[in-house]
Design a protein around this ligand. Sequence first.
Ligand code: ZN
Length: 265
Amino acid sequence: MRRFLPLLTLGLLVLVLADRVSRALNRGPSGSDQVASETRSATPDLRRRPTDAARAPAGGAGEAGATRLARLAAREALSREAGSTYLDSLILSTDSVVRRWPDRWGLPIRVAIMEGGPPDYDPRMAGYVRTALDRWEGLGIGLRFALVRDTSQADILVRWIDHFDFDRAGQTDLTWDQSGRVRRALVSLALRTNTGVILPDDALLSVAVHETGHAIGLPHSADSNDVMFPATRTGVLSDRDRRTAAVLYRLPPGPVRDLVAGRGR
Ligand SMILES: [Zn+2]
């Protein structure tokens, strides 16, 4: 038994695998221009929400020049930081779009945690999500979160399910527009593996940190020391996790074609 328990724990962590970030918008054919084909998440009110505020302060004669300068600086940052981040994974997974929440001018991203659901749900699990949000907010990269009760007012929705029907412990459905601006996220967290084994608390926390990482726009990392490794093993942000999030929020959202030198349009 003594040998069995560590093995079981290891097995569970390995099972915390292979979630995915699905794209509700921007699922254009590979290689073609991105088209905002609004699908299931695109309710009419989306376009009027304050997440659009990033566009408002711009304008005036200097806008084009300022935007160009910002993109030039971003291109330099992208190539300079390429080796110490996993943003290349984002570029591959989004058909070359830098995807993140737009600057909100001090307004927090509103998060609704939908407690309850499966019979085995416990309020401590909402605490893991709050801890996860604190870890990303604590990076000091301009991300702020505020918990709201009204799900219709939320930018990020978090819910629990008993299990997925396949080998997965969490999933984030992210919606963004053709300009790379994330509009909303739905985070689903499982209590059990697809074989019915209850997930231990450290795995619940790790998955919460990982999925909220997707909710801010982060892609997967190929390094198992990173929170964003697909088979999540840790809830502690690595230096690469921190750098990747920081660089992502220094880059302007939008097609990376404009950022990478030597590529065509
Ligand atoms: Zn993932």
